[in-house]
Design a protein around this ligand. Structure first.
Ligand code: NOJ
Ligand code: NOJ
Length: 617
C-alpha cells in the first residue's frame, strides 16, 4: 500500500481536549447553501479557473511546469501532489475538450500544448519501461517531464486509454473543422502508441485508479474497451486500420463482464475489500455513450447493473461519515472512494460525490433519448429508494410514471451537488477531501480533478454530453480468452501545430501584485491557549514569537477546532513558517515540531487568493 494516512489524519480529532469556559461561536456550515443553480453558476467559472491555474506554463500555480503539463494540485506537502498524473491530466483535458466543442475556442492552445507534452512524455524512459516496453503505463512524472523514480504503484494501465480517449475527442473536433491532416500528422502517432499499449497489456494486472490495489480493475478495463473502439473509428476516418483494436476490443468487453457480481460491480479482483468502490461509478461515467440504450454489457449509466451498483456504492458511505448521519436512504450523501479507505483520513471526496451525481444525469439523458425506463429485478431497489411505488415494468416517456421517476432521479442527483455546495469553503477552492465530521476541506488543496469532476457533472446536468462512441458496436464473444497483440510503437516526432488550426489569441492573464492568503489550522487547544503564526519574513514576525500574528478562533468549535488568519502578501514571496502556542499567564512558547513549513505565494494570473489548510504537528 502506497499511501499511509498522515499522522495528523490518523490521530483525527478524537483526542480533542474539550473546551472549557466561555462558549466559542458555532461554526456555520462552510458554505451558505442557496439554490443549486446559483451555486453552479458562480462555482463553475471558479472551478474552470482552478483548472487553468494548474496547467503550465502560465497557470497561477505552475511555476516550473512545462507547457501543457497538468499538475494534480499545487500542494507540495501533506500530500505532495506537485506532479503530473497521466490519469488526472487526461480526465481534465477530456473536460476541456468538451468546453472547446461547446464554444470556448481559446482552449485549443492548452489542449495542443497538452498533446505536445504527452508526445514528449511517451518517450521518457521511466521505471515502467520505455516507449515500446511498458513505459506508457507509468502513472506520474515530474512537472518538468522527467521520470519519477521513487517506488510507486506502477504500472497503472488506465493512463494510456484515458489519454487516447481525450486526444481522440480533440482529433474528432479538428476533423469536423477541416483539419484532418493535423490529426494525421500530429495526433494519430501519439494515439496509436497508447492504443498499442492497451492492445498489448490489457490482460495484465495493474494498479487501480487509487494506486493501491494490484489486480484487475473494472475502471481500467472499461476505459480500455472504450479507447480501442474509439481508436478503431479514428483509424478508419483517417483511412488507416487499427487491426489490434479490432481483435482485442471484443475480448476486453468479454472480460469486463466478469466484474458483475449480481448485485454490484466488483471494483478490483484483488484487494480483499467489499469491492464496493466509487471507481466503478467512474468507470460507468467514463463509458457514457449518449446514443446508447441502457445496455448492461457496456455498463451504461442507465443500465440496470450500473443503477444497482450506484445504490450499493452510495449506501456504503451512509453510516461511516458523521456528516451523513440522519440522511434517509434515497437522499444524497457525501461519497468517498471506498468504505474501507484510510488515505489522508479516508474522508469523503469532492470528485467522487460529483461522480455520483454525474451518473444519474447521464442516465436521465439516456432515458429521454430511448424514450422509456425499464424497472427489473436488478435495478428495482435503486428505483424504490427514490420512488417508493416503483414496480417492475416498462414506462414510456408519455407516461406520468416516467416523468415522475425522471424528476425523482434528478432531485437525487442534484442532492449530491448540493452536498458539494454545502462543503465548498468560503474561498470556493475545492481540495481533494472534506472532513467526515466537520466538512472542512482536507488533503491536497485545489485539486485539478475536483474542479474537472464538478464541472463535468454540471454540464451533464445541463444536458451537455460528449460525442457518441458506438459503445455497442462490438459483439460479445461466446467465450472469453486472455489475448494480447503487440505494436506498433513509434516515437512521435511532429508537434508543430499549423497556424491554421490556431485560434486568434491566448487566454488573458492578469498577474496579481498582492495575494490574500488564508491559513486554517486545526489545533486542539484548551481554554486559555492561543495559536499564532510566525515565520521568516517581517510580515510574519521574522521568527520572533513576540511579533507572531495571533490567529482567530472565531470559527473554533470542538468538532472543528479551526484557527484562522488572513494576510495579504506580495505575490511571489517565499517564506518558512510554523504555528506556535502561547498560554494565558505564561511566557512559554510551544513550537510545532520540525521541519519548518514553507510556502511560495502564487504570482501568476488569476491567483488573487490562496488558502493553506493544516493541522498542528
Ligand atoms: C487475469 C485473468 O486470468 C485473465 O483472464 C484476464 O484477462 C486478466 N486478468 C485481465 O487483466
Ligand atoms: C490519489 C488518487 O487516488 C489518484 O487517483 C490520483 O491520481 C492522485 N491522488 C493524484 O490526484
Amino acid at each position: 500500500m502506497l499511501f499511509q494516512p498522515t499522522l495528523c489524519a490518523a490521530l483525527g480529532l478524537a483526542a480533542l481536549i474539550v473546551q472549557g469556559g466561555e462558549a466559542r461561536p458555532e461554526t456555520t456550515v462552510p458554505h451558505a447553501t442557496g439554490s443549486l443553480d446559483d451555486f453552479l453558476a458562480a462555482q463553475s467559472p471558479i472551478a474552470f479557473q482552478g483548472i487553468l491555474n494548474n496547467i503550465g506554463p502560465s497557470g497561477a500555480y505552475s511555476e516550473g511546469v512545462n507547457p501543457g503539463v497538468v499538475i494534480a494540485s499545487p500542494s507540495k506537502q501533506d500530500p505532495d501532489y506537485f506532479y503530473t498524473w497521466v490519469r488526472d491530466a487526461a480526465l481534465t483535458v477530456q473536460y476541456l475538450v468538451e468546453e472547446l466543442v461547446a464554444g470556448n475556442a481559446s482552449l485549443q492552445f492548452l489542449i495542443q500544448d497538452y498533446i505536445s507534452s504527452q508526445a514528449r512524455l511517451q518517450t521518457v524512459e521511466n521505471p515502467s519501461g520505455s516507449l515500446s516496453s511498458g513505459g506508457l503505463g507509468e502513472p506520474k512524472f515530474h512537472v518538468d517531464e522527467t521520470a519519477f523514480t521513487d517506488s510507486w504503484g506502477r504500472p497503472q494501465r488506465d493512463g494510456p486509454p484515458l489519454r487516447a480517449i481525450a486526444m481522440i475527442s480533440f482529433a474528432n473536433y479538428l476533423i469536423d473543422n477541416g483539419h484532418q491532416s493535423t490529426v494525421e500528422d500530429i495526433i494519430w502517432p501519439i494515439v496509436r502508441n497508447d492504443l498499442s499499449y492497451v492492445s498489448q497489456h490489457w490482460n495484465e494486472t495493474t494498479f487501480d485508479i487509487w494506486e493501491e490495489v494490484h489486480s484487475s480493475s473494472f475502471f481500467t478495463t472499461a476505459v480500455q474497451y472504450r479507447a480501442l473502439v474509439q481508436g478503431s473509428a479514428l483509424a478508419s476516418k483517417l483511412g488507416h486500420t487499427c487491426d489490434n483494436c479490432g481483435s482485442q476490443a471484443p475480448q476486453i468487453l468479454c472480460f469486463l463482464q466478469s466484474y458483475w457480481t449480481g448485485s454490484h460491480i466488483l471494483a478490483n479482483t484483488g484487494g480483499g475489500r467489499s469491492g464496493k468502490d466509487v471507481s466503478t461509478i467512474l468507470g460507468v461515467i467514463g463509458s457514457f455513450d449518449p446514443n446508447a440504450d441502457c445496455d448492461d454489457v457496456t455498463f451504461q449509466p442507465c443500465s440496470a447493473r450500473a443503477l444497482a451498483n450506484h445504490k450499493q456504492v452510495v449506501d456504503s458511505f451512509r453510516s461511516i461519515y458523521a456528516i451523513n448521519a440522519g440522511i434517509p436512504s434515497g437522499s444524497a450523501v457525501a461519497v468517498g472512494r471506498y468504505p474501507e479507505d484510510v488515505y489522508q483520513g479516508g474522508h469523503p471526496w469532492y470528485l467522487t460525490t460529483a461522480a455520483a451525481a454525474e451518473q444519474l444525469y447521464d442516465a436521465i439523458y439516456q432515458w429521454n433519448h430511448v424514450g422509456h425506463i425499464d424497472i427489473n429485478a436488478v435495478n428495482l431497489d435503486f428505483f424504490k429508494s427514490i420512488y417508493p411505488s416503483a414496480a417492475e415494468g416498462t414506462y414510456t416517456s408519455d407516461s406520468s410514471t416516467f416523468q415522475d421517476i425522471i424528476s425523482a432521479v434528478r432531485t437525487y442527483a442534484d442532492g449530491f451537488l448540493s452536498v458539494i455546495e454545502k462543503y465548498t469553503p468560503p474561498d470556493n477552492l475545492l481540495a481533494e477531501q472534506f472532513h467526515r465530521e466537520t466538512g472542512i476541506p482536507l488533503s491536497a488543496a485545489s485539486l485539478t480533478w475536483s474542479y474537472a469532476a464538478l464541472n463535468t457533472a454540471a454540464q451533464r446536468r445541463a444536458s451537455i454530453v460528449p460525442s457518441p462512441w458506438n459503445s455497442n458496436s462490438t459483439d460479445l464473444p461466446d467465450k472469453c480468452s486472455a489475448t494480447s497483440a503487440t505494436g506498433p510503437y513509434a516515437t512521435p516526432t511532429n508537434t508543430a501545430w499549423p497556424t491554421t488550426t490556431q485560434p486568434p489569441e491566448r487566454p488573458a492573464c492578469t498577474p496579481p501584485s498582492e495575494v490574500t492568503l488564508t491559513f486554517n489550522a486545526l489545533v486542539d487547544t484548551a481554554f486559555g491557549q492561543n495559536i499564532y503564526l510566525v515565520g521568516s519574513i517581517p510580515e510574519l514576525g521574522s521568527w520572533d514569537p513576540a511579533n507572531a500574528l495571533l490567529m482567530s478562533a472565531k470559527s473554533w468549535t470542538s468538532g472543528n477546532p479551526v484557527w484562522t488568519l488572513s494576510i495579504s502578501l506580495p505575490a511571489g514571496t517565499s517564506f518558512e513558517y510554523k504555528f506556535i502556542r502561547k498560554d494565558d499567564g505564561s511566557s512559554d512558547v510551544v513550537w510545532e515540531s520540525d521541519p519548518n513549513r514553507s510556502y511560495n505565494v502564487p504570482k501568476d494570473c488569476g491567483a488573487n487568493t490562496a488558502t493553506v489548510n493544516s493541522w498542528w504537528r
